[in-house]
Design a protein around this ligand. Structure first.
Ligand code: FE2
Length: 136
């Protein structure tokens, strides 16, 4: 199910919050690309865009975590790697079976819903870590 962005997803780091909104938008574009029946190329492009957006965003997060010596970096990197594995599997299935409503829903599940959970469970932790350090 498509969800609207909500400010409850903000972690309080403006650069990363902006990217999370962009990630959300890329996720919706992917969903619409799969449902749009505009053919394989539109789907391939939407996946490629999602992947490159995620790469850029994860790099920003990793820089941020390193800069602030976040102790949970390793575990966080596993979560990012798992995201790409699921995106690869989705791409494979799209190439084999072609676009469908089921695969569009799965795309939302592994991008939009994944991001919502990831922000609440993982990104909030490094944001709190940084705030805790700033407070001394
Ligand atoms: Fe993350």
């Amino acid at each position: 199910m498509l969800k609207d962005w909500s400010d409850v997803y903000l972690i309080g780091v403006p650069e990363i919050d902006e990217q999370h909104k962009g990630f959300f938008a890329a996720s919706h574009q992917l969903y619409e690309g799969i449902l749009g029946r505009e053919g394989k190329n539109a789907v391939v492009d939407a996946i490629a865009f999602m992947r490159s957006y995620a790469e850029k965003h994860f790099d920003t997060e990793v820089d941020f975590m390193r800069r602030h010596e976040y102790p949970g970096l390793r575990e966080h990197l596993h979560q990012h790697a798992a995201f790409f594995r699921r995106l690869d599997e989705l791409e494979n299935d799209l190439m084999i079976f072609g676009p469908s409503e089921d695969l569009a829903e799965r795309a939302l599940d592994i991008t939009q819903d994944w991001l919502i959970d990831h922000i609440a469970d993982e990104d909030m932790l490094y944001a709190l870590h940084v705030k805790g350090r700033a407070a001394g």
